[in-house]
Structures are given as structure tokens and as C-alpha cells.
Design a protein around this ligand. Sequence first.
Ligand code: SAH
Length: 342
Amino acid sequence: MKQDVKSMTIEELAIALEEMGEPRFRSKQIFSWLHKGVKSFEEMSNLAKPLRKSLAEHFTITVPRVLRKQVSQKDGTVKYLWQMEDGNCVETVLMQYHHGNTVCISTEIGCSMGCKFCASTLGGLVRRLRPSEMLDQVIFTAQDSGLEISNIVLMGIGEPLDNYENVLRFLHIVNCQEGLGIGMRHISLSTCGLVDKIDRLAEEKLQLTLSISLHAPDDESRSAIMPINRKYSVQSLLEACQRYFVKTGRRISFEYTMIAGISDSPEQAQLLAKRLEGMQAHVNLIPLNAVKETGLKTSSRQSIGEFQKILEQHGITATVRRTLGSDIDASCGQLRRNYEKR
Ligand code: SAH
């Protein structure tokens, strides 16, 4: 069995090379080529031909294919639909902000979490992505766009903490100086709230930003839209956030989708403010990107404004997220879903 070379850390690659009778330092050269997006060992022109051949006998290089590419006419956001080697598809979004170019990557093919408003979970979980397949989304988005990527958000299809080991390995590889060298402070990981995994992640003491998809402050409303809440209540989730903050010193950001009649009442704003009191939290209010199948509607501008005002009156900083790429199905799982339906 050949090894998936882009899922290996530089240390593991060095050991594998040593076992092949090669000097360890070659791992740096190979790592650097891989992160430039070469599609075969043949392209590694500073390596001797016999070594290139021997590498191809031991390892495989994953290469996704661009199946669809949509560019927003409104804001330049680009959405890619990639096809993996087994035929499955995932999405990646490239957003250009003042503070740099951000890629939003997928961590799983489909999702098993069942959130009622989300298109990614409608067909369930197909499989988890390997580290190489997460890395490829960054490498080939940079290559195709010609842009340097400075930030990564794990907010595409899938629940990152449901694919814990592979995501952690991806983070270490993408952070590695000999590769893309993207700093942990430039990476955000978003979760629907797997409390046991949040505690595990806290132990890693990474400097990344943890985002919690909260979406409702009370168990009744949250359980109605997010099945995970039946396992981990709002209270237990917020306690885990507190422990995470104490362990890592990193401020947590909360995602809160504004869904008409479900999550947007002034009473819910009051309760949210109360529950986040003293947490140094930042709240991102996200107008729901309506997915046809779900029947849910986005809140009015007015109720979003009022909600934000109540939070701020209680000393909680809240921003209303700009919706980018609304003309290109750029919200979680919509492009993949529309493609597969056809
Ligand atoms: N599974 C992870 C990361 C993927 S989703 C998580 O739950 O956090 C990234 C964010 O988009 C989450 O906050 C998710 O709740 C939100 N989201 C999903 N579908 C949406 C929609 N239709 N409109 C607005 N936000 C949505």
C-alpha cells in the first residue's frame, strides 16, 4: 500500500525517507514541492531521477479536479466544487477581505449533525476527509486563483471535531514552516458544540480561534434546530467554552444565525446576553441563508438590528456578518447539493 504523502507530517516523511536509505533533509525539499501543488514526483526537478521514481513507488500525491467554479459578480467571492479521487465532491470558498485572502474549507463529505437550517447535512455523512484532502483545498485554491492565502476557516461542509484526528493533523501540517506556514492565529475552527472534543482541543493549547455555532440561547429552541443540543445542553456547552478559555487564554467567538420566529426574539437576545455575561465573548449575527428544503426564513433587518442592540446594551460585542457570495450558492453545502441533485 502506498502512503498518502500529503497526510504525513514533515517528521514522518523524514523517517520514511530514512527507511528508504535517503537523507532526512530531503523531506524539506519534498514538503515544499508538495505545498506548491505539484501533481507528480516527476515535477520535483531538484531531486535525482532515481529518487523521484522511488518516491512514486512508495507514495501517492492526491490531486483534486475542479468540477465547478463560480465567481460572485457582487463581491468576487469564488466557490470551488472539487472532485476527489473516489468521485466524491467537496466545496471550498475563497473570500477576499481587507485583512487578507481567506479560504473556507470542508472537513467532511456531508455531515451527520442534522442541523435543521444547513444544506450540508441533508444527505447525511458520506465520509470524513483525510488531512491531504483538506490541505489540497488550500493549495489548489491558491494555485487556481493566483492569490496568496493568509487565513483559513474550517467552516465548510462537515463538523471538524467529528473528524478530530485528521483535522488536528491537517492543522499541524498547514502550520509547518516548510509548507504553507499559516499561523494558528490565522485559523478559525467552527463547531456545533461537541463538548468532549472541545475539552480535548483545549489540551492542545493551540492559538487558533474557536467559533461556537450557538444559534439559540435556550435548550428548547436550540434542540429544535440542532439535534446535538439533546446530547450537550446550552449550559454544558458554555461551561466547556469557559474551561477552553481558561486553558488557552483565547477569546471564543459565537456564531448566531438569525432565523425568523425561531432564534430572533428580544427575549432570546436578553437571555443570550445573560448567558454570555463575563465571558469576553464576541457574537457574530448571521442572517440565515435560506435553503429551500428547510422551509426556514431569515429574520428581518429590523429584528437583527434590535437583537444586536440588546446585546450591546448588555456589554456584549456583536457584529452582523456581511453575506458574501449569496448569488453563487456560497453557503454551506449548497453547491454540492445542487450539483448532486442534478
Ligand atoms: N459544523 C461546523 C462548521 C460548519 S458550518 C459548525 O457547525 O460550526 C459553518 C457555520 O455556518 C455554522 O455556524 C453553521 O451553523 C452555519 N450555517 C449553516 N447553514 C447555514 C445557513 N443556511 N445560513 C446561515 N448559516 C448557516
